[in-house]
Design a protein around this ligand. Structure first.
Ligand SMILES: *[C@@H]1O[C@H](CO)[C@@H](O)[C@H](O)[C@H]1NC(C)=O
Ligand SMILES: *[C@@H]1O[C@H](CO)[C@@H](O)[C@H](O)[C@H]1NC(C)=O
Length: 441
């Protein structure tokens, strides 16, 4: 009996292996079902009469999701199998994977495990994307009974280096396109952001994240300089990112907080200059005549960098008359050169009582140096006060002089003399009138 079975299975397999070469897949499938039917007809005999005795699927075939590279296990549980046979079939390729205890497929990653003539497990090792699809568990009853389950193969995202941008160096104001190509299953979602988490000025909008595989920056500025991350995710861990450094080149630019500095003899003074440049510039100080200033006992040139910004400082110790004049800070890179002039003027030393120069005094003197010194500021106030007093006394004087003629009429200090004066006035008036009258006549 077992020899007959084996022979039959062997012949079916051989036959099925040859048919696809001659006929189409569809034909092979129907022929396969036909063959299985004849198989069961031959093998199963008297039990057909009792419907209850037919094989029955105890549970559906589950849909299984597996990450690429892992192993998958598809169970098929059949009650009352009796002498019937279970076969696993790959639906979309119409391939028989196993019949009863035998693995038919050539695929070495596929194996079969079974126990108690009830559970039949199809095992797929190191699952690949080609394994994605429907798998059918068949029982060779007539008509054939089957159930199918879907094997989902998911692939974590990965970045295709060949189609993805690498670190870039561009000129300011040019248009820049960064690409990031990611693959995976399901299709990954790709986005761009700055590594430092800062917002991106993206063609007029301020955004934190740019969706999509392409980051296209029109008229790039130095503010765009930095490291960018292209992040791809599809829900299958781990997500992946690629770091791309974007460098923006521009010639040096310079700004001077104070173009005019004041110092008195014997003071220490500091000149400051701020520059921006990429590639990093070479910065130095020169005298009025263009001689480079080197650090020493007299001068101390210090600079500190922060990104493309540079802060330059020149400290001049114990200022003497020769130190007054112009100083130049210079910044140079491969794209250009720029310089700025700072003028150091003499200011009067603070009063001798303040022999110890504290930083506060120094700074106030510096300010005065720029706006005119302490003394000249106080003087105008004195003048103003004097002038105001002068004009005031003038006013008093005029008022007094205007009031003078009225004083006697108002005054009632000596009434007797006033009355005498009045009489005389009346007499004089009378005489004048009389004279005029006589002359007319
Ligand atoms: C498997 O998925 C199909 C369709 O996606 C669905 O019809 C079927 O019910 C699922 N099977 C199970 C066991 O969940
Ligand atoms: C950059 O792109 C803008 C808008 O697309 C275009 O007007 C401009 O000419 C481009 N500039 C360069 C240097 O290609």
């Amino acid at each position: 009996m077992t020899i007959t079975k084996l022979f039959l299975i062997f012949s079916v397999t051989l036959w099925l292996a040859y048919v696809p070469c001659v006929k189409g897949r569809q034909t092979r499938n129907s022929d396969y079902h036909g063959k299985l039917s004849s198989l069961h007809l031959t093998l199963a005999t008297e039990e057909f009469n009792n419907e209850v005795q037919f094989p029955r699927f105890a549970e559906p075939i589950p849909n299984v999701t597996v990450t690429i590279g892992r192993d998958a296990l598809l169970p098929c549980v059949v009650d009352n199998l009796r002498n019937y046979k279970v076969a696993w079939v790959r639906v979309d390729t119409q391939t028989i994977l196993s019949i009863h205890h035998n693995v038919i497929t050539q695929n070495s990653r596929i194996s079969l495990s079974y126990n108690d003539h009830r559970s039949w497990y199809l095992q797929i090792k190191n699952v690949q994307e080609v394994d994605r699809g429907w798998y059918m568990c068949q029982v060779n009853t007539d008509p054939m009974r089957s159930r199918q389950g879907y094997l989902q193969v998911v692939v974590p995202p990965s970045i295709v280096d060949k189609e993805t941008s690498t670190d870039m160096v561009v000129r300011e104001a040019s248009n820049v396109t960064l690409n990031c190509k990611a693959v995976g299953y399901p299709e990954p979602y790709v986005m761009w952001r700055r590594e430092d988490g800062e917002d991106i000025n993206y063609n007029g909008e301020t955004v934190n994240v740019v969706d999509g595989e392409v980051l296209h920056i029109v008229k790039i500025s130095r503010l765009h300089m930095g490291a960018y991350l292209c992040i791809a995710s599809n829900g299958v861990p781990p997500s992946i990112s690629k770091r791309i450094v974007l460098r923006v080149q521009f010639p040096p630019m310079l700004s001077i907080p104070n173009q005019l500095e004041g110092a008195y003899i014997g003071q220490d003074v500091t000149l400051e200059c701020l520059t921006e440049a990429y590639p990093t510039s070479i910065n130095y100080w020169t005298t009025e005549r263009g001689d480079m200033i080197v650090s020493g006992d007299k001068h101390e040139a210090v600079s500190s960098d922060s990104g493309y910004n540079k802060y330059m400082m020149l400290k001049i110790r114990n200022v003497n008359p020769k130190d007054f004049g112009s100083y130049k800070c210079v910044a140079k890179n491969s794209l250009g050169e720029t310089d700025g002039v700072i003028k150091l003027d003499e200011i009067p030393a603070p009063s001798t009582t303040t022999t110890q120069v504290s930083p506060h005094v120094t700074s106030s003197i510096k300010k005065n140096g720029r706006n005119g010194n302490k003394n000249s500021r106080q003087r105008p106030i004195d003048y103003a006060v004097e002038e105001w007093r002068e004009s005031d006394s003038d006013g008093d004087y005029t008022l007094v002089s205007m009031r003078t003629p009225q004083d006697p009429s108002d005054g009632s200090g000596e009434p007797a003399s006033l009355r005498v004066q009045g009489i005389w006035t009346v007499l004089l008036l009378f005489l004048t009138l009389a004279l005029l009258f006589v002359v007319r006549r």
